[in-house]
Design a protein around this ligand. Structure first.
Ligand code: ME8
Length: 518
């Protein structure tokens, strides 16, 4: 039985359409999910929308809609974006689903039973944009002297009856957990921030609201709805069947990896593990806080007019070029910048000119000069074995090690180095000259290149799945042979060559992109 691997993204607020930051997170998580599938894990990949809370209620009111109607409209755009970007989720969860209400009430009840919830009165600052409570000492002054949250969003003074969660009781247990599990919070810089924050002391957390009713009802306390983060975080349990379906829950919980943005690390690494400990449930193995995507180095905001629709980018450049750019140019865990020019430059250099050109020249040459038959035999030389050994090391060791460690851009760089080595090899061996001078040698060169290209296509498939599949289809590599385990089979090429597969004249996989007009 394959080892389970449970991966999640954050669930997005559907108070507006998705932006490129949402696309980035979905694509990164998808690459990891696809990589783990190729590595033989039994993957469950959860994503979805976070539909409760004051932000949703206020946006709906401004638009003259019910919150539910707003959530329906926008959630479908998130789902459509995921489908367009080839995000291979196993479940798209919506927190308005009845199953999710049951899960949230079940974890709430477990926290009650532990004695960690008590009724009190909240007086303090709340940011609707962040859906977060802040201590006075965390606030910063805005340009006009007004109080702002540390994220720069407006805060309002809030006074209401509220249920509280005894977060203060978990300070030491949390710190001990971080110390015992150094990879619980990644990257390292985020772990340090969280540890400083928790060492500074934890206040009990207000976990219910009475001033509006758009949320999950608190069991036995009808005037209260749960604070949106309590129900939002619980989506990770609902997603695998808690509390109704114990089989999938037992199989996949605890999650292996929560992929989220850096702005919500505190919710995932302080509140979430504390709720789980209180409820007596196991903790996720790892939380990875990725960086923010900036447009030409600027934060995206509606007032700057640079909130880019990911669907438009995918239309303009293609899904795989966009995926490749985001995962190659942005070091996972750090902030990154994008622009149309940067996408065009990167994709043309790496995909069109390097990998695409390598595949296109090799395959069309074979289709034309070997009557479509895969080259076999011929006179091998040391250079062939050297190249294949380098490719093997790349696809069997470097790329999987980097991807498993979430060093996505490093894995891609290792892959690209092997592509460059193939291009050097083809230039040095010049099969087009050998055709007349030494056809026996030509056969060995072409066979070497064919194997190298097929293996490189498999290894990069988590990043550019549709293009890799198209290329492997053209090359006759069977679907079941597109895994890391299959790459370890030394006879795979000989079997394919002997299968009688006929290579048709190929169509280019990565057409060159045009620079944008303006
Ligand atoms: O935070 N670049 O929802 P959200 C990269 N509902 N990532 C970005 C980004 C950017 N410019 N802007 C946002 C929420 N993100 C909550 C999550 S999880 C139980 C609840 C990331 O729609 C952000 O960091 O504001 C988060 O991980 C995700 O997009 C959804 O953000």
């Amino acid at each position: 039985m394959a080892d389970p691997f449970y991966i999640t993204t954050a669930i997005s607020y559907p108070n507006g359409p998705p932006h490129i930051g949402h696309a980035y997170e979905a694509i990164a998580a998808d690459a990891v999910a696809r990589f783990q599938r190729l590595a033989g894990r039994d993957v469950f990949f959860l994503t979805g929308t976070d539909e409760h809370g004051l932000k949703m209620a206020q946006t709906a009111r401004d638009r003259g809609l019910t919150p539910h109607a707003l959530a329906d409209e926008m959630s479908s755009l998130f789902r459509a974006m995921d489908e367009k970007l080839n995000v291979s989720f196993d479940r798209f969860i919506r927190t308005t689903e009845p199953a999710h209400h049951r899960a949230s009430q079940a974890i709430w009840q477990a926290m009650v039973e532990r004695g960690d919830l008590y009724l009190g009165r909240y007086e303090g600052w709340y940011s609707v944009r962040d859906e977060a409570f802040y201590d006075e000492k965390e606030l910063v002054a805005g340009e006009g002297g007004e109080r702002l949250s540390p994220q720069g969003t407006p805060v309002e003074w809030t006074v209401e009856e509220s249920w509280f969660f005894r977060l203060s009781a978990y300070q030491e247990t949390l710190l001990q957990h971080y110390r015992d599990n150094p990879s619980f919070i990644r990257p390292e810089a985020r772990r340090n921030e969280v540890m400083r924050f928790v060492e500074g002391g934890l206040s009990d957390l207000s976990v219910s609201r009475t001033s509006f009713d758009w949320g999950v009802k608190v069991p036995g306390s009808d005037a209260h709805v749960m604070y949106v983060w309590v129900d939002a975080l619980t989506n990770y349990l609902t997603g695998v069947g808690y509390p109704d379906n114990s089989d999938t829950y037992e199989k996949f919980w605890p999650a292996d990896l929560h992929i989220i943005g850096k702005d919500i690390v505190r919710f995932h690494t302080v509140y979430w593990p504390a709720f789980l400990m209180s409820a007596g449930l196991p903790l996720p193995r790892q939380v990875f806080g990725h960086g923010f995507l900036l447009h030409r180095g600027e934060k995206m905001s509606k007032s700057l007019g640079n909130v880019v629709d990911p669907n438009e980018l995918a239309e303009a450049f293609g899904v795989d070029p966009l995926r490749y750019f985001l995962l190659r140019d942005v070091t996972f865990g750090q902030d990154g910048s994008y622009s149309a020019e940067a996408i065009v430059t990167r994709v043309n250099a790496d995909l069109s000119n390097s990998f695409g050109n390598l595949a296109q020249r090799t395959l069309s040459f074979i289709a034309k000069n070997c009557e479509g038959q895969l080259p076999q035999g011929g006179r091998g030389e040391a250079a062939d074995e050297d190249l294949l050994a380098l490719v093997r090391r790349t696809v069997a060791e470097e790329v999987p090690a980097a991807f498993a460690d979430l060093a996505l851009s490093q894995g891609i760089e290792a892959w690209l180095r092997a592509v460059f080595a193939c291009n050097q090899y083809i230039d040095a061996q010049a099969p087009w000259s050998l055709r007349k001078t030494d056809p026996e040698r030509m056969l060995a060169v072409l066979a070497t290149l064919y194997q190298a290209i097929a293996d490189l296509a498999v290894a990069i498939s988590p990043i550019i799945p549709a293009s890799a599949a198209k290329l492997l289809d053209q090359m006759g590599v069977a679907e079941e042979a597109r895994t890391f385990a299959a790459l370890a089979d030394p006879d795979r090429y000989a079997r394919l060559a002997a299968s009688g597969f006929t290579l048709q004249p190929p169509t280019p996989i990565f057409p060159r992109l045009e620079a944008p007009a303006d």
